[in-house]
Design a protein around this ligand. Structure first.
Ligand SMILES: Cc1cc2nc3c(=O)[nH]c(=O)nc-3n(C[C@H](O)[C@H](O)[C@H](O)COP(=O)(O)OP(=O)(O)OC[C@H]3O[C@@H](n4cnc5c(N)ncnc54)[C@H](O)[C@@H]3O)c2cc1C
Ligand code: SF4
Ligand code: SF4
Length: 608
């Protein structure tokens, strides 16, 4: 099939692109402003393919200043989008460890003791220090709390009501079509295949969609962005090595909650010092809350789900959450490399937008607005080129799109943030100091060192738990977990003093129940497995098996012959397995032993 523009993924970046473009393709009388090359006499034919089974099945916080969003939709704050609220009170909290099970450095333990000893003079309550002052770059004043799902469904309706753009959910793009270094469109995923991708009953090969321009907005772990990175490389000096998995709950707060809509809480320090948390209050007693487990947290048994439950039970938060009920659950990778991971933004026939193009600001904790802004910049550039009848060559896209982007606040603020988190490569305290220093000096100074690949940082389970779990106990726990065919992290956390989770069937539910109750995870038949263990022999030799321990949906589990197995029915497409692997890909040390390909299914919730 031939079209003019094909888009990969319908996240905030592509939504910004389509919202801007769709309004300007036809005149008030319906005649085309610009004529389609693929279908003469018609406006340009624009298609967007989204992997997830419906629009708005993405995952995000979201608190945003919404500068770019409001430029596109000045009526945004009064548009009646479900779950939207203006930002009210904002707090940053340092959570002390009320249990004594977290792994804290000596410096942090001394700081904790000092805070506890002087708490009469400090704003400490319920084992949390409310930072009396936070720098302005952390604030989202005049911004909004949104549900990404509800917002994206609203935008999808706005865009499609123009009649100039088609969005197809449940349609993963398998690959970009590249001919002589030029992207000429995309190929959709084969259907009617077995788990390995071989043709089976009802085989239908993925359709080829030829387009003059391919817009790649497939997020931080998108297969098409990574295909282009593999084909064209990254600009010299850039690398994509920092990620976090964000796992969230949407919760009905108890009837007597005192939390007001618009409340924004950010936390750090607990359940492990490396784990950041957030709680945002929507109208009608609903809250979005969750944690980020970063790739620089060196634990080989980093499990977001169990940590999330301990985080919720921190006394500062639990007094607000006790009696609440899970509405929705989800997980997704956050690309934390920012500008350090910027790929080539354009090439002949393609342009990159959004988080996969390095937009996320790791200093201000903001990604939606930045992704959206780059989508609008590309749309303006595309309209300019279409009107001037100029082809989508790299040179033309650089002149029209990249130039706009370089001149914008996204670029300027991203540059400030670029090295702001390098301190976390050294430690949490250096990381926090580094962020403050970089923010307060507008990016002039930073602390820390160049990020290394996550697999290089990971110690063995034995080394990580040395001094806390004896080799004999570790061997026993390994044998017990192997016999039960379960992962190790739960047993290790129990062993070092984390209390058992008092499941209440409402808010504290098992990971499997969260999949069913909160994620409503589904996987259609007839598609290949999208998680592949590339070199099984590496898995057989792998001691850490981080992929199993860290999998957000327990979709990766111990398999036969020492190679993990994958269950598509439980996969939430968070992409965390891509970087939660302790073995380098022998062909490319920037990659690990897991391939995370385009795939169908996943979460069925539009609230996250
Ligand atoms: C838990 C969490 C909390 C966050 N909180 C905040 C916050 O409070 N404020 C904030 O500003 N930002 C926040 N972010 C970051 C923000 O969500 C991202 O920066 C933003 O969503 C990036 O938008 P994007 O369009 O570039 O990519 P994405 O949102 O990742 O969208 C990419 C889309 O492409 C689709 N796709 C991928 N591959 C394919 C394929 N092969 N074929 C078809 N479709 C494909 C995906 O399904 C997805 O819908 C948070 C992120 C997480 C994970
Ligand atoms: S995928 Fe990576 S972490 Fe998992 S078993 Fe194989 S080598 Fe180890
Ligand atoms: S297998 Fe699926 S759920 Fe598990 S980490 Fe990978 S993408 Fe996430």
């Amino acid at each position: 099939m031939d079209v003019d523009i094909v888009c990969v993924g319908f996240g905030p970046a592509t939504a910004g692109f389509l919202a801007t473009l769709s309004k300007q393709l036809t005149n008030a009388d319906g005649t085309p402003v610009i004529e389609s090359a693929a279908m003469p006499g018609m406006p340009p034919q624009v298609l967007c393919y989204e992997r997830a089974d419906d629009l708005g099945f993405g995952v995000s916080g979201v608190v945003t200043r919404g500068r770019a969003l409001q430029e596109s939709f000045p009526e945004l704050k009064t548009a009646g989008i479900p779950m939207a609220a203006p930002v009210g009170e904002e707090k940053v909290l340092y959570l002390l460890d009320p249990i004594g099970a977290s792994r804290r450095s000596l410096a942090l333990r001394l700081a904790d003791s000092l805070i506890r000893a002087t708490k009469f003079a400090l704003p400490v309550e319920h084992h949390a220090l409310n930072l009396p002052w936070t720098p302005s770059f952390l604030h989202k004043q005049d911004g909004m709390i949104l549900s990404l799902g509800q917002f994206m469904q609203w935008v999808g309706a706005q865009v499609q009501s123009t009649g100039t753009v088609q969005i197809w959910p449940g349609t993963p793009v398998a690959q970009a079509l590249v001919e002589a270094q030029k992207v000429v469109g995309v190929r959709l995923l084969d259907q009617g295949v077995d788990k390995q991708g071989a043709p089976a009953e009802g085989f239908t090969p993925g359709m080829d969609i030829h387009a003059a321009l391919t817009v790649v907005g497939d997020g931080p772990v998108g297969a098409i962005g990574r295909q282009l990175d593999a084909q064209f490389g990254l600009p010299p000096g850039n690398h994509i090595r920092d990620w976090a998995v964000g796992m969230k709950f949407v919760v009905d707060l108890p009837a007597d909650t005192t939390l007001k809509p618009g409340t924004v809480l950010h936390t750090f320090g607990y359940p492990e010092p490396e784990i950041f948390g957030f709680l945002y209050v929507h109208p009608d007693r609903v809250a979005s809350l969750g944690i980020f487990v970063p790739s620089w947290f060196d634990s080989p048994t980093r499990t977001a789900y169990r940590y999330l439950q301990h985080w919720m039970q921190h006394p500062y938060l639990w007094r607000h959450l006790k009696g609440g009920k899970l509405r929705s659950w989800g997980a997704k990778t956050l690309g934390e490399s920012g500008q350090q991971g910027e790929p080539h933004l354009t090439g002949d026939g393609y342009a990159r937008i959004g988080e996969g193009s390095g937009t996320t600001n790791v200093l201000t904790g903001s990604g939606v607005d930045e992704a959206w802004a780059t989508g609008t910049q590309l749309a303006e550039a595309v309209l300019e080129l279409l009107k001037a009848k100029k082809p989508f060559t790299k040179a033309n896209l650089d002149e029209a799109y990249v130039k706009r982007r370089r001149a914008s606040w996204v670029e300027a603020e991203g540059r400030v943030a670029k090295k702001s988190r390098d301190g976390f490569q050294v430690g949490v305290a250096t990381g926090m100091l580094g962020m403050a220093l970089t923010g307060l000096t507008n990016g002039k100074f930073s602390l820390g060192k160049e990020p290394v690949q996550p697999w290089k940082r990971l110690p063995s389970v034995e080394a990580y738990y040395a001094g806390r779990v004896s080799p004999a106990d570790l061997a026993r726990l390994r044998a017990e977990c192997k016999a039960r065919n379960t992962s190790l992290h739960g047993a290790l956390m129990d062993k070092i003093g984390w209390p058992a989770i008092p499941f209440d069937g409402q808010l504290l539910v098992s990971q499997q129940d969260a999949l069913l109750m909160g994620g409503k995870v589904q996987a259609p038949h007839g598609y290949a497995d999208h998680v592949v263990f590339q070199q099984p022999e590496l898995c057989q030799k792998c001691g850490a098996r981080v992929c199993i321990e860290a999998c957000s949906g327990q979709a990766i589990y111990p398999g036969e012959n020492g190679v993990p197995a994958f269950d598509r029915e439980k996969c939430v497409h968070c992409g965390a397995c891509l970087w939660n692997c302790s073995q380098a890909n022998p062909g490319n040390p920037e990659h690990m032993n897991i391939a995370f390909r385009a795939g169908t299914g996943g979460l069925h919730s539009a609230e996250n």
